[in-house]
Design a protein around this ligand. Structure first.
Ligand SMILES: [Zn+2]
Length: 79
């Protein structure tokens, strides 16, 4: 069974709960204030800002190569 993350709409408390697939949270209650119907939030799927479409431009990756070569030694491409 998956672990879903929920957020209480009343007090804002976030909590994780192991529940059956497709659980929407309607039947759950906030562990802090007891308010029913917490909202399910998705976690772990946040898009990374440093995707393959951006090379950063300023070499913020710290010696992991540049956009022009695959080597960690950019002296080979004059970068
Ligand atoms: Zn709450």
């Amino acid at each position: 069974m998956p672990i879903y993350e929920f957020k209480c709409l009343s007090c804002g408390r976030r909590f994780e709960k192991l529940c059956s697939l497709g659980e929407t949270g309607e039947n759950l209650a906030c562990p802090q204030c007891g308010s029913a119907g917490p909202r399910r939030v998705m976690s772990g799927f946040a898009p990374r800002s440093a995707g393959k479409d951006g090379f950063g431009g300023s070499g913020s990756m710290g010696g992991s190569g540049c956009g022009g070569c695959t080597s960690t030694n950019c002296g080979s491409c004059g970068h």
